[in-house]
Design a protein around this ligand. Sequence first.
Ligand code: ATP
Length: 266
Amino acid sequence: MLRTRGLTKRFGGITAVDGVDFDLGSELCSLIGPNGAGKTTFFDLLTGELEPTDGRIEFRHDGEWVDVTATPPSEIASLGVHRSYQITNVFPTSTVLENVRVAVQAHSDHSATFWRTSDAYEADLTAARDILERVGLSERADDLAQNLSHGAGRQLEVAIALAGDPDVLLLDEPNAGVSSESVDDIVALIEDVARDHAVLLVEHNMDIVMEVSDRVVVLNQGSVIADGDPSDVRADPAVQEAYLGGYETGDLAEDGDEPGEPEGVA
Ligand SMILES: Nc1ncnc2c1ncn2[C@@H]1O[C@H](COP(=O)(O)OP(=O)(O)OP(=O)(O)O)[C@@H](O)[C@H]1O
């Protein structure tokens, strides 16, 4: 679905992403690593928000590999790669339904038509309602987005990303700031969208990573230090040393950190 070759991003003297070769298939792959490992920079490169210093990015589109290195974000989105942004593309004073309808309309073929028919409007509304049902927000459809809890806000961001009918979803800490009661909803949502999308997930909570991932890739100082099955990656001594520090499932819940988070993770 997506691949990088020799992908590199330098900021002055800092190499944030260092020659990364990465392939994403039809799977749920988690990208983990300590603070400053380069995860956000890697996402920003994939979505076109940053231009690489070196290397290339390709997406599979209509059966062909397309080189999208240094392509603007809107074009990358139109090729089927969507990122769930943290709040930034939600209109707080619009309803939940309207937020998703606008996102559906922006993607639909008839969006460029000035005189949109009421049929097109109804079709977009129906599609938006279906998406809200899928992410578990149907009952909040008429609420203003600004009145949602953090967890429901994350569900709305995923709904907006789904409205673009993506092939690849990049989920950027969908669990960040979410109350412990809502974590199960977010985990269920991640697992659900992964059934019919390739998903690349950045997530600090290792319990979630171990539960949902088909594959885990570990970045450290911009380089991939491990890539494979979650349990193999967890047992990898290099990963333990760079990031996990003796992590066992659930064992960090008692020491004041968030459950499942390696120590020192923001
Ligand atoms: N715009 C920038 N200008 C200069 N340095 C940057 C910039 N963005 C990131 N960096 C540096 O690049 C490195 C990688 O940062 P990045 O935010 O990608 O890591 P991360 O793995 O996402 O970290 P975190 O888990 O804390 O979000 C860090 O050393 C960071 O300070």
